[in-house]
Design a binder for this molecule. Structure first.
Ligand code: CUA
Length: 156
């Protein structure tokens, strides 16, 4: 088969455009640590009430002085709905979902996790400045999606 010179150019252009498009989609989907929880700890979403640390959602101080925060997401909110952590300390958020995929995104930080039922996703963050931080759901999860949020109070 004989390809016209311009056809070759357009084929090359089309292929290059496809590669660029896929790269952009890939990079924007996974930048800022917004990664699907792959190969992480698994949990039974129907049994969170008896699965540590989700049996006691909230803030737990660990022996080394850092903090662990267990959060359960479900349509359309988080448990607990409000938490308090100290500024300047390592805070590890462990989140999972009871129902569908949500996200746990702390506004103005690089904490932006997907929350997938059956999986535990975690991220450690140090809040430098005291104040109130808003957590929102960035994954469309249903009619109440836009109202799905919670608040963290960072204290001195
Ligand atoms: Cu939960 Cu959107």
């Amino acid at each position: 088969m004989h390809l016209h010179k311009y056809e070759k150019i357009w084929l090359t252009f089309g292929f290059a455009a496809l590669i660029i498009f896929l790269s952009v989609v890939g990079v924007s989907a996974f930048h800022q640590g917004h990664t699907p929880a792959g190969g992480l700890q698994k949990v039974d979403p129907d049994n969170l009430e008896s699965t540590p640390p989700f049996d006691k959602p909230g803030v737990h101080e660990k022996e080394d002085g850092s903090y662990e925060v267990a959060v359960v997401a479900e349509a359309f909110g988080y448990t607990p709905g409000e938490i308090q952590v100290p500024a300047g300390e390592k805070v590890t958020f462990k989140v999972t979902s009871k129902d569908v995929t949500h996200s746990f995104s702390i506004v103005d930080t690089n904490v932006n996790m997907m929350v997938v039922p059956g999986q535990v996703n975690e991220k450690t963050h140090v809040f430098r400045d005291p104040g109130k931080y808003l957590i929102v759901c960035n994954e469309y999860c249903g009619s109440g999606h836009h109202f799905m949020s919670m608040e963290i109070e960072v204290v001195d």
